[in-house]
Design a protein around this ligand. Structure first.
Ligand code: G4P
Length: 527
């Protein structure tokens, strides 16, 4: 039990890193763990499954072992400068799934890692859109400064144009690649000179009134320094102003530069991050009331379910974001959907390299609860007498589709039961063709299909045939607007699991063509 709940909650910083594969998410996570002292040696985070099984241990699901990747997000907790930083991992690559998006519903801030050589890439943009919808702060780290990348001004302009968010450079690179000498730090009003080698610390030189590094230094004679000064001047005159409220609402992103691989700029980033990122705030309930994080009663919601951690036991882990109060092992809570009591006995927390039983956790933290099938994504748990419910988690527009049918007609029943449960759990989205009622499943990433197929076989003993339909643009249409003759081979008409009509467009061209032909018809998408 914690002594002072308010104090504990206030020092929480719960965030996710969003980026396109290879931008450096793993490397910066590792650097953060290093600086916090959670790991002593680089390589631990990397070992999370990409290269060895050190982190993965033996109980990850089979598919994960086969592919050598981490299927679902994990959470890492580190202490940094008096703060408890909860880093919630969002998988990328082919292991992208709706869980990745849902994870973004459970954090209070996002860190967007951008490769300085590549700028804003598609997956970053998509994840940004999901985060941006929530209006939480987004911090940008432009990475790989130790390599020659694109012009910083160009990168910041692209960020604003492509993502439609204002940017405020907190610091500015002095050179890059082999010519990287340091950072001109506008926020801390200092120059950070890069140490010559790994053993040598960075040197900090305060700025004078004119924005020049104080004192006499040889670097001040270099064109790299004068270029940084010139850029800083330009930013000062033409750029956005620092505005804490706009940062807090996700309207302005503070931009940092650095190199995760060499650790340069990471500590400067972390210092500003723990200062500016919010502690857990009040969360709105379905009723419109709010839950204050420091209320005595425990409340939380399930945002992710990781199934089949141990195939022998068929157990699952439900990830719960604590919204208020504190968790104590063995505590009894009510599951809002069924009004049943649940004893939270068997829980887990993810440290840097081990899984540990949770002793205490407070609002802002994320715990994993071993579950035998009681919990669903979006469920609310509470310890008080008064029933509370958080709003349902948003559904996300799937992008890839497959036709599915049972391989063995004798197994129809288990096929249907399996699909129904997996759909309810949020593992996959289900559609039926308008006329023939064939099953179509939709996902945001390939791995969701594989997990679906694997689980149907292993948990429901149903083998399925899946026929890829490729990428489609799913758009919902109002029932009263629907005329089945609007459907063609380029826009397949289906119904979602609630019976709502949806067109699956072949591509953007097909969607535009449809809109030109039926200008009065409104096409909608999920988040
Ligand atoms: P991800 O999790 O976002 O997919 O990216 P990850 O950290 O795995 O980094 C992708 C590649 O980029 C890795 O190289 C990594 O070493 C490199 N990288 C990350 N940050 C920096 C940086 O600041 N500077 C430079 N120069 N490289 C960086 P790789 O060759 O794919 O992997 P590895 O074989 O080196 O481990």
């Amino acid at each position: 039990m914690v002594n002072n709940l308010e104090q504990e909650v206030k020092r929480r910083r719960t965030f996710a890193i969003i980026s396109h594969p290879d931008a450096g998410k793993t490397t910066i996570t590792e650097a953060m763990l290093l600086y916090s002292g959670a790991i002593r040696e680089a390589g631990t985070v990397k070992a999370k499954g990409k290269k060895s099984n050190k982190f993965a241990k033996s109980d990850w699901m089979e598919i994960e072992k086969q592919r050598g990747i981490s299927v679902t997000s994990s959470v890492m907790q580190v202490d940094y400068d008096g703060h408890q930083v909860n880093i919630v991992d969002t998988p990328g690559h082919e292991d992208f799934s709706e869980d990745t998006y849902r994870t973004l519903m459970a954090v209070d801030a996002a860190v967007m890692v951008v490769d300085s050589g590549k700028g804003i890439e598609p997956q970053t943009k998509r994840l940004f859109e999901v985060v941006s919808h929530r209006g939480i702060p987004i911090f940008t780290f432009i990475n790989k400064l130790d390599r020659d990348g694109r012009e910083p001004l160009e990168l910041v302009a692209e960020l604003e144009e492509v993502l439609g968010i204002d940017a405020y450079p907190m610091n500015w690179p002095m050179g890059m690649g082999r010519n990287l000498i340091g950072l001109y730090d506008l926020y801390n009003e200092r120059v950070e000179l890069r140490g010559n080698d790994e053993e040598e610390d960075d040197i900090f030189i305060p700025l004078d009134e004119d924005g020049e590094a104080q004192g006499e230094h040889t670097f001040k004679e270099s064109s790299i320094y004068s270029q940084a000064l010139e850029d800083a001047q330009l930013l000062h005159e033409a750029g956005n102003e620092f505005d804490f409220d706009k940062i807090a609402n996700g309207k302005l992103t503070p931009v940092f530069f650095g190199s995760a691989l060499t650790g340069f700029g990471v500590q400067t980033f972390l210092d500003a991050f723990v200062e500016l990122a919010p502690a857990p705030a009040a969360i709105e309930l379905e009723s419109g009331d709010e839950v204050d994080p420091v209320e005595d009663d425990f409340t939380g919601f399930v945002f992710k379910i990781q199934a089949n951690m141990n195939p022998a036991h068929r157990d699952r882990i439900a990830f719960i974001r604590i919204a208020s109060g504190q968790f104590e092992p063995g505590m009894n809570v009510t599951l809002n959907r069924t009004q049943k009591k649940i004893r939270m006995a068997h829980t887990t927390q993810f440290m840097a390299d081990t899984r540990e039983e949770v002793s205490t956790a407070v609002a802002g933290d994320i715990i994993g609860l071993y579950d035998t099938g009681n919990l669903q994504i979006g469920d609310t748990l509470y310890s008080g007498k008064k029933a509370v419910a958080f709003p349902p988690l948003p559904q996300f527009t799937p992008e890839m589709f497959m036709k599915v049918s049972p391989r063995n007609v004798m197994k129809q029943k288990s096929f249907h039961k399996g699909i129904e449960q997996l759909v309810q759990e949020g593992a996959i989205q289900l559609y039926k063709t308008y006329h023939t009622e064939e099953y179509i499943i939709g996902a945001v990433g390939q791995l969701q299909f594989e997990v679906f197929q694997y689980r149907l076989l292993n948990e429901y003993n149903a083998e399925v045939d899946m026929t890829p339909m490729g990428n489609k643009i799913a758009r919902w249409i109002k029932e009263e607007d629907l005329d089945p003759s609007m459907s063609s081979s380029r826009n397949l008409l289906v119904r979602d699991r609630f019976g709502a009509p949806v067109f699956l467009f072949e591509n953007q061209f097909a969607e535009r063509w449809f809109q030109d032909k039926y200008p009065d018809i409104e096409l909608e998408q999920l988040l």
